[in-house]
Design a protein around this ligand. Structure first.
Ligand code: ZN
Length: 580
């Protein structure tokens, strides 16, 4: 009873706060802001009032007095039915702030905490590993596949699990319980909560995606305030949400061409991933740019070596390069399952791609010589992408790959005790281990082959290779992993050796998605009626909490349950990035 009353009260408050008729203040209520970090202050007033009809105060004083700079006021911003007060690039000393925006009888209030980093710098280096969409079942399955299982015990620990600090991280954004990778990574790299598809901005009423109120990213802060080197490593397109969160300010994560320019503006020392077409001028065949900017040339002019293959990457490292632009695929780099086992995807077109482990080794090698230390973000991106396509074997292979990259970082950190290593997913998927499919069980249907409880015997995968990947997963007893959301689809109960699973395709009306018939005719193939809206052709994220593990100076701050923005706070404090 009490809980539901509290919920009703919370809903009423948020509806009042978020309704179109109220003034809206950015940064939003309960923002936690690093002392001295930059943010755009904006207040939106409905019904397009004049400046004389409104008042804005911070701790009871005029805004210009608090920030030491004048504000600007735009009536009917962009011709819309609201007016806006702006102060771009603001910053504040540590303290508690109450912002009030008054318009006639209506008053909106938000509270901010501006936090200092009082202690001296604790970490020389920070390595942030993001397992995109990595859920608890990914970790368990990766441990089972790569370490083995016998009589209830695993044959060893994952490198990411064998860490002294752990916390439960919640991933929601301002607008929704279940979020996306842009908004989720933005929380790590800025410490602010925002909305789906947003990177480095609050979601205001601006029409243009690049005009929304910005907040500074950790890469920008580091480049502005320290001599540290910065690395961004992923196996997705480098413009994709998670790597982009290091440098980007846009309401729309698909602004790939702008994001390339933002990478060039911030200039992380090491940039590696796929997605080369957005770097090429539109006159070049295969380019995805709409202008004639040549960002390959511009990075080269800025002193970057260019690598398009693993061989070139290793040569750049051996040659002593400290700045590298590595673009190894026109799209995403292939995942571990295809690089090592199935040889599908784009492996034949790009036969010399580095995996995340090799990229991590190369990045650390290039960054570690920097006098003031380094910040490295490494993403294993396709854990998420393969979970969208309900292809759990590929998703789990990329979890093993992430773990091997974590091992590289732990080996580097060794006894140094000056490197904070954090491993964290940005959000979860509804994925669970439910048993094993066993061909020896009687019956003709896939469901007859599902061994649950005492029949969930360990899988008989082929022997593991030196990196812990099974050499054969298409065996007679296989892990059964279920996804909680799916379109109309057909289950085969077997790994997809001929290429990444395509669970559904567009139906005859060109709108609704239907099962991919390619998977519907095998001996055990089973039709499933989808539980997602018909416009979905793949699985979706879940709002479950995720598991963070960490080690090194500052890691002890992680325990219990924390919001995702807390990851930024711990990193900022470990590096003492605060200060006016
Ligand atoms: Zn996703």
């Amino acid at each position: 009873m009490r809980a539901s009353c509290l919920l009703a009260a919370a809903l009423t408050t948020s509806l009042m706060g978020g309704a179109a008729l109220a003034q809206t203040i950015y940064p939003i209520n309960r923002a936690e802001i690093l002392e001295g970090s930059r943010f755009d202050f904006k207040v939106e007033f409905p019904n397009a009032p004049t400046s004389t009809e409104v008042t804005v105060t911070v701790n009871g004083k005029p805004v210009a007095e608090i920030f030491g700079r004048p504000t600007s006021f735009v009536q009917s911003e962009e011709g819309q039915k609201h007016s806006a007060l702006w102060l771009r690039g603001a910053s504040l000393p540590a303290g508690r702030y109450v912002v009030e925006a008054t318009q006639g009888a209506s008053k909106a209030t938000v509270n901010w905490e501006v936090f200092a980093t009082n202690e001296p710098r604790k970490a020389r280096n920070v390595i942030l590993f993001i397992g995109d969409g990595m859920s608890v079942a990914n970790r368990t399955a990766a441990r089972l596949l790569s370490k083995g299982w016998e009589e209830g015990r695993y044959g060893g620990e994952l490198a990411m699990d064998d860490m002294p600090s752990m916390a439960l991280i919640s991933t929601s954004g301002t607008d929704s319980v279940v979020t996306d990778s842009a908004n989720a990574a933005h929380a790590f790299t800025t410490g602010h909560k925002s909305c789906v598809n947003a990177l480095g901005v609050y979601c205001a009423r601006n029409a243009l995606t690049l005009d929304h109120p910005k907040v500074e990213t950790i890469a920008e802060l580091i480049k502005r305030r320290s001599g540290m080197a910065v690395g961004v490593v992923t196996n997705s397109e480098i413009e994709d949400a998670t790597p982009a969160s290091m440098v980007a300010h846009t309401r729309r994560r698909s602004d790939f061409n702008d994001i390339v320019r933002m990478f060039h503006d911030v200039k992380p020392d090491v940039i590696m991933g796929g997605g080369s077409p957005n770097f090429l001028p539109k006159s070049t065949p295969g380019s995805k740019r709409t202008d004639n900017e040549d960002f390959i040339a511009r990075f080269k002019e800025a002193g970057y070596a260019l690598a398009t293959t693993k061989t070139e990457m290793n040569a750049a490292v051996a040659g002593g390069s400290r700045k590298l632009l590595g673009l190894y695929n026109t799209g995403n780099i292939d995942g571990a399952f295809d690089l090592r086992l199935a040889r599908k995807g784009t492996v034949s077109r790009f036969p010399d791609q580095p995996d995340v482990v090799e990229q991590t080794k190369a990045a650390i090698e290039m960054l570690k010589g920097n006098q003031d230390g380094f910040f490295l973000m490494v993403e294993s991106a396709r854990i998420d992408k393969y979970s969208h396509s309900l292809d759990w074997e590929r998703s789990v292979f990329d979890t093993i790959m992430l773990d091997n990259a974590v091992k590289v970082a732990k080996d580097f950190a060794g006894e140094r005790n000056d490197t904070l290593i954090i491993v964290v997913p940005d959000h979860a998927h509804p994925i669970s281990i439910v048993g094993t499919y066993d061909d020896a069980l009687p019956g003709q249907q896939l469901r007859d082959k599902l061994g649950v409880y005492q029949q969930s015997l360990p899988p008989n995968y082929g022997p593991r290779d030196a990196e812990g990947y099974p050499t054969d997963v298409n065996t007679s007893r296989r892990l059964a992993i279920a996804y909680g959301t799916y379109p109309d689809t057909c289950d085969t109960g077997r790994p997809f050796m001929d290429g990444e699973r395509v669970p559904a395709v567009k139906g005859p009306d060109g709108k609704a998605n239907i099962a991919n018939e390619k998977d519907c005719s095998g001996p055990l193939a089973t039709r499933k009626v989808g539980n997602l809206p018909l416009n979905a052709n793949s699985g979706v994220h879940s709002g479950d909490d995720v598991i963070l593990t960490a080690m090194g100076p500052g890691a002890e701050r992680f325990r219990g349950h924390k919001p995702n923005t807390y990851v930024f706070r711990v990193m900022a404090e470990a590096l003492a990035l605060g200060g006016q």
